[in-house]
Design a protein around this ligand. Structure first.
Ligand SMILES: [Zn+2]
Length: 109
């Protein structure tokens, strides 16, 4: 493992969708590249408010996404990869227009 802090997901956030069938099978997704860092392979699929356009991210970016602490690069890449600032996870309450995290969840180590 990468020694990441334990993943914390707010109860209010949609749960990670694990291959509940539909058009995406896990094997298909895992060959894709993370929408946020564009480096790692997809390790998680998180439903977004846009039903048809889930977040497909690696473990590391998932952690930042759910804790509202994406880096500017991750934020920009998500927008570039089809996500919208109106989506809850990328909302302007959480990030300014440059993608600076405004309300990052404090991580207790
Ligand atoms: Zn990533």
């Amino acid at each position: 493992m990468l020694g990441l802090p334990r993943l914390q997901i707010d109860p209010g956030v949609d749960q990670i969708k694990k291959s509940e069938g539909e058009e995406m099978k896990k094997s298909d997704v895992s060959k894709q590249v993370c929408q946020a860092c564009e480096e790692n392979h997809v390790q998680a699929v998180l439903k977004s408010t846009h039903e048809r356009h889930p977040y497909k991210v690696c473990q590391n970016c998932l952690f930042n996404l759910v804790n509202h602490r994406l880096t500017r690069v991750q934020f920009k890449n998500l927008l570039k990869n089809g996500h919208k600032e109106e989506e809850f996870m990328l909302h302007s309450d959480f990030y300014d227009e440059r993608g600076k995290a405004l309300q990052p969840t404090r991580i207790r180590s």
